[in-house]
Design a protein around this ligand. Structure first.
Ligand code: DLL
Length: 433
């Protein structure tokens, strides 16, 4: 039977959700216009005043906000409450340019924790569970978010943070962890290690809540099989609070966006035009309950599709598909759009695991695409003929999926570095030019 953390909200009528959104949007716009000069200027530039925004129908009148704005306004330029009311910051893991920081009041943290609690309960979590959190703690939102959610549910929470895989497994066995929270790539690595150590029978996990990076359905099936669990997706981004912006239910066909806190739109990333439900485009969020750091029409760069089709779980909040890539991570190779997720799908369909690296380069003014893939121990072979036949098979499958040639190199098991957080799978050397 499906369980909910806040049934009256998660299963509210569409009219009720819309009424909350209308009221909260108007309030949030007035709040930022009054308290954040950066917003006031942006709105003035676009000729919009708070009075022009009466309901969600007027959302399109507001300007978009991008990561560049957040960098421009770093560190305090978008803070919407007095410093005395803010109690926490979190930050993105961005490697280039200025970091992006997000602020929280205590009330913001309480609401964020509730969003994560909804995700844990949707994955079957109760007070009886032992929730093992190995997302990173600290500036990254993964650890603190799921930790807070687990506390709200009343589960015993293991704040493991990332790293030290053998210790993770020891605690998992000793404390009988039942719900695992980490990136899907780390879940796959944990699964692999548990098997190698011959400890599969000692693990009591029943579910996993995995997100923070893209992962395919094939990878889900692999993890579910290796760890003997049901694996749920969870999505979020630091700017809009962290994990728990949306989460999967038992149907596992997309993630319910917590629409009482966030309004979602899909736009054409090139023109900014708002697209109708069901069309693929860039996801844009407006947070409508935040005090310290409310963002209006924030462009996530994540590409996905929204659907309001009825869900068998009983939740009424809109669902987003798994992100299919990012408008800024999409590789354009020889003029062809390539999403890393397409490559992953081919590899996993052919029996490989998600241990691979994509290297893009430019040689003599022409793009090259190299895919290095680890063989599994079962398929590992010393025979050059066998390996090159396997490589050829992958080259053909990738050509069929992408429409372009990719050079494939099969490498020995365990030669591609494992990640404890978000996996780094794409190396685009062209950026160095
Ligand atoms: O990754 C928050 C998070 C932590 C989500 C733990 C889920 C679990 P950032 O580091 O700011 O925040 O990165 C946000 O990661 O815009 C997406 O591109 C990507 N992302 C997050 N969740 C998913 C997911 C956290 N389930 C960026 N599937 C987002 C695919 C995801 N991509």
């Amino acid at each position: 039977m499906e369980r909910y953390f806040q049934p009256e909200i998660e299963c509210a009528s569409r009219e009720q959700i819309r009424a909350w959104q209308d009221e909260r949007l108007v309030k949030t716009v007035a709040h930022v216009y009054k308290n954040v000069p950066y917003y006031r200027n942006m709105m003035k530039e676009k000729g919009v005043e708070p009075g022009d925004i009466q309901s969600v129908d007027d959302l399109h009148k507001l300007p978009f906000l991008t990561k560049d704005d957040l960098r421009d306004a770093y560190p305090y330029g978008l803070l919407a409450v007095p410093l005395a009311d803010a109690v926490r910051i979190q930050s993105t893991s961005g490697t280039t340019g200025r970091r992006v920081v997000a602020f929280y009041t205590q009330h913001d943290i309480d609401l964020w924790d509730e969003c994560c609690a909804r995700a844990i309960v949707a994955a079957g979590g109760t007070k009886e569970d032992v929730v093992h959190v190995c997302y990173g703690y600290g500036l990254f939102t993964g650890g603190p978010g799921l930790n807070g959610g687990s506390h709200k549910v009343g589960s015993l929470t293991l704040p493991m943070s990332s790293g030290n895989t053998e210790r993770q497994i020891q605690f998992m066995i000793d404390l009988e962890s039942t719900i695992l929270c980490c990136t899907p790539s780390y879940a796959a690595y944990l699964g692999e290690t548990v098997h190698e150590m011959g400890l599969r029978d000692k693990i009591k996990l029943k579910a996993g809540i995995f997100g923070a990076e893209a992962w395919s359905e094939e990878m889900r099936r692999d993890i579910e099989k290796t760890l003997g669990i049901k694996a749920y997706d969870i999505y979020g981004l630091t700017e809009i609070s962290g994990p728990g912006v949306s989460f999967e239910c038992s149907e596992q066909t997309g993630m319910h966006i917590n629409e009482d806190h966030f309004i979602a739109e899909i736009i054409n990333p090139e023109t900014g035009e708002v697209l109708p439900e069901g069309e693929k485009g860039e996801l844009v969020f407006t947070s409508i309950t935040k005090e310290a750091f409310p963002l209006l029409r924030y462009r996530t760069r994540d590409i996905c599709v929204l659907t309001r089709k009825e869900c068998s779980c009983g939740r009424t909040h809109v669902k987003m598909s798994k992100p299919m890539g990012r408008s800024d991570d999409m590789l354009i190779i020889k003029g062809v759009n390539v999403f890393p997720s397409q490559i992953e799908t081919v590899l996993l369909n052919k029996g490989y695991q998600a241990n691979y690296q994509i290297i893009v380069d430019r040689v003599n003014n022409s793009d090259t695409l190299d895919v290095q893939v680890e063989m599994t121990p079962e398929m590992f072979s010393d025979s050059v003929t066998e390996v090159s036949a396997k490589e050829k098979e992958l080259v053909n499958a990738l050509k069929a999926m992408l429409g372009i040639y990719a050079k494939v190199q099969l490498v020995a098991p365990k030669t591609i570095a494992r990640s404890e957080g978000k996996a780094v799978r794409i190396i685009d050397k062209r950026k160095l030019y």
